[in-house]
Design a binder for this molecule. Structure first.
Ligand SMILES: C[S@@+](CC[C@H](N)C(=O)[O-])C[C@H]1O[C@@H](n2cnc3c(N)ncnc32)[C@H](O)[C@@H]1O
Ligand code: SF4
Length: 368
């Protein structure tokens, strides 16, 4: 079976105030040892079984051009020529995406870029702890286009502290004026351990919902397909690597904190960069969490992932047996709808998806 390959680059130039990803500023000196650990971990996999590749972070564009070239070379050794894969994406941040790095990515056949903008407005970017501004984002976006990138995703966050609906929407219009291939819009999550959490920042959920509803209407009107809760693509340009996740497909994650899902087993590497390097160089596994999904938990996971897609999902007979009552409860509540053999989130359910998903993860409510 083909798989997706994810490689995690856990380095960042600074830590954004909302971010709880495995991403660390000030550890750039570890990059050479990290890349050789990634090379060693990649050698565990047989070449040729990967269909898509996603280089994520952290901030992959923190690597300098030579390091990026080294990374692409070692990925091509296991995944084959990158331009032959179904899709190769690299995440990048505006402040570190330079022309030499863009030309390295192009020369290896990386065709998809995902750029973290988060907000169109400089004051909001400051509030988020971002180190770029709109001008540096636009410079990076245009130089990516000049370098030949046609498939660019832009990440935005809705519901920022003190953000008004009008300001959010003017930012969305700004992004639309750039005519990107793909836009991801996430509702702000306040995660424990982040600077936002420590400061006691709270989300205005009703306002965020209005922003996300308006996002749906405006992007659909502009010709985008809303195909996953947070993701919008021009026709034919859905993110294939991510679609694999939602279709419960297999993927291998390499690097610190990277997650894998193979043969029904979920596992995750240590998020500690030094520990990851040490374990791999000593010939040990970097896995710190591993779980074989079985029975109801396995069915529930597949159902939950599948329902993230707006096209809906066709539950198997075993899923209906395990979760039929819960599904029907959500249909009665107007959060799910059934069409032929498929079920899908309703428009209302899109914004209350976690309430639905809660029924499909352990511990299960046996009354359902
Ligand atoms: C892997 S992360 C970061 C990628 C890249 N380093 C950047 O900052 O643009 C991917 C995306 O998740 C979103 N994200 C991260 N933390 C979030 C949070 N707490 N709430 C909502 N969205 C978040 C951001 O839009 C971010 O671009
Ligand atoms: S949001 Fe991106 S740039 Fe900011 S700390 Fe997280 S991974 Fe790094």
């Amino acid at each position: 079976m083909t798989k997706g390959l994810y490689v995690h680059i856990p380095f960042c130039h600074s830590k954004c105030f909302y971010c709880d990803f495995a991403s660390y500023p000030g550890q750039e000196a570890l990059i050479p040892a990290y890349l050789s650990a990634v090379e060693k971990e990649l050698s565990l996999y047989s070449p040729g079984c990967f269909e898509t590749l996603y280089i994520g972070g952290g901030t992959p564009s923190v690597l300098n051009a030579k390091q990026l070239e080294q990374l692409c070379n070692l990925l091509a050794r296991v995944a084959g020529p990158l331009d032959k894969l179904a899709e190769v994406t690299c995440e990048a941040n505006p402040e570190s995406l330079t022309a030499d790095k863009l030309s390295v990515l192009q020369s290896f056949g990386v065709k998809r870029l995902s750029l973290g903008l988060q907000s169109w407005h400089d004051d909001e970017l400051k509030t988020l702890g971002r180190i770029h501004n709109r001008a540096s984002f636009l410079a990076a976006y245009h130089s990516a286009q000049q370098a030949g990138f046609e498939n660019i995703n832009i990440d935005l966050i809705a519901g920022l502290p003190s953000q008004t609906l009008e300001r959010f929407l003017s930012g969305l219009s700004g992004v639309l004026s750039l005519r990107p291939a793909h836009i991801s819009v996430y509702g702000l999550q306040i995660e424990e351990g982040t600077a936002f959490f420590e400061r006691g920042i709270l989300c205005d959920h009703p306002l965020m919902r209005r922003m996300l509803e308006e996002t749906h209407w405006r992007l659909c009107e502009a010709g985008f397909e809303h195909y996953e809760i947070s993701n919008f693509a021009r026709p034919g340009l859905r993110a294939r690597h991510n679609v694999r996740y939602w279709q419960n497909g297999e993927y291998v994650g390499v690097g610190a904190a990277a997650a894998s899902y193979v043969n029904g087993r979920r596992s995750q590497n240590t998020p500690n960069v030094q520990q990851y390097i040490d374990h791999i160089h000593q010939g040990l596994s970097a896995v710190v969490f591993s779980e074989q999904l079985e029975g109801k938990a396995k069915l529930g996971e597949a159902l939950m992932l599948g329902l993230r897609q707006l096209d809906g999902y066709e539950p198997s007979a075993a899923m209906w047996r395990a979760f039929g009552r819960a599904i029907e409860k959500h249909i009665r509540a107007g959060l799910l709808e059934q069409k032929n053999n498929k079920i899908k989130l309703t428009f209302e359910g899109l914004f209350l998806a976690n309430e639905v998903f809660y029924s499909f993860v352990a511990p299960f409510d046996e009354d359902e």
